[in-house]
Design a protein. Structure first.
Ligand code: GUN
Length: 297
């Protein structure tokens, strides 16, 4: 009998579909609102991975008709200079979304900068007001990567109610908001991390396993329950023996695809969904602002 392999959760295709729908929406809204939506990406320094992410985000903005107000600062930019830039963008009516690309150089306080972003322009959903809305289960701008994972699960009609979900990683960017979104979808959620003991006994209970730890291919086949849904949030650059490099996730894809029922590839899984959710957040701030402007008159 031929071995069964997991179905691929194609984030790239779904993100393209979402972007094409957003592009149609922008076209029709723009005639009512009189300007395009705008997103400002602030990048500090020259981290090559961050530069690639920022390029991707700006390219995606151009495709759907969002104007980019990107600002690139040298690695020695000061906290005060960045705060001023954020305050100016908060006041700029052409800008609906602001994001600070992470990680920042060590001399900067990222949390304090994120707090300066107006919550209604917080396209990354990382401001405490938006994180607070998520904790309560209220409407608000949601963090893009976990929102993208939820959208992918929904698109493939993967049932979540009552399922055991294990989130590996507890970052504010992914692990914590991911756990809350799965809880909101009625999963029984466990958060495991680098200090967790007996990781394999935890992960092998997971119907839904989310790997967001940034450790290349650490999830091996023996750690995965047969029939599980495996979502790989990791994007790690691996240098091959011949000096070339490739992208790899936190999951050993080739081995785990023989155990799981669904699996995301890297690249082409969660990454493009993060970008699609960023565009969606920007456009929903754009619409909301319009609704509020009409209410005033
Ligand atoms: N760095 C890696 N991923 C992200 C993201 O989704 N948003 C921001 N701001 N920085 C990141």
């Amino acid at each position: 009998m031929e071995a069964k392999t997991a179905r691929i959760l194609d984030g790239k295709a779904l993100a393209q579909k979402i972007q094409s729908e957003l592009s149609d929406r922008v076209r029709s809204l723009q005639t009512q609102i009189g300007r395009p939506p705008g997103l400002a990406v602030l990048m500090v320094g020259d981290n090559p991975a961050s530069a690639a992410y920022v390029r991707n985000k700006e390219r995606a903005c151009a495709k759907v008709g969002i104007a980019s107000f990107g600002q690139h600062y040298p690695a020695n930019a000061s906290q005060a200079e960045l705060e001023l830039a954020i305050h100016a963008l908060n006041e700029d009516d052409r800008v609906d979304g602001i994001l600070v690309q992470l990680p920042l150089p060590e001399h900067l306080d990222a949390t304090s900068l994120l707090y300066q972003i107006a919550p209604d322009k917080d396209a990354d959903g990382l401001h405490p007001v938006n994180l607070g809305h998520l904790v309560r289960g209220d409407r608000g701008l949601r963090s893009c990567t976990p929102a993208g994972v939820m959208r992918l699960l929904q698109a493939y009609q993967i049932g979540l109610k009552g399922k055991n979900a294990v989130v590996l990683g507890r970052s504010i960017l992914v692990g914590k908001p991911m756990a809350l979104m799965l809880l909101e979808a009625d999963c029984t959620v466990t958060v495991a991390h680098s200090r967790s003991q007996n990781l394999e006994s935890i992960t092998s209970q997971a119907d839904i396993l989310i790997a967001a730890v940034g450790r290349t291919e650490m999830i091996t086949a023996n750690m995965v329950k047969p029939g599980a849904v495996v979502i790989d949030v990791g994007i790690n650059r691996v240098v091959n023996p011949d000096g070339t490099s490739r992208l790899a996730g936190d999951v050993d894809f080739d081995a785990v695809k023989n155990v799981a029922e669904f699996i995301t590839p890297v690249p082409g899984g969660v990454g493009p969904m993060t970008v699609a959710m960023l565009l969606e957040n920007t456009i929903s701030s754009y619409c909301l602002k319009q609704v509020e402007a009409t209410r005033k008159y």
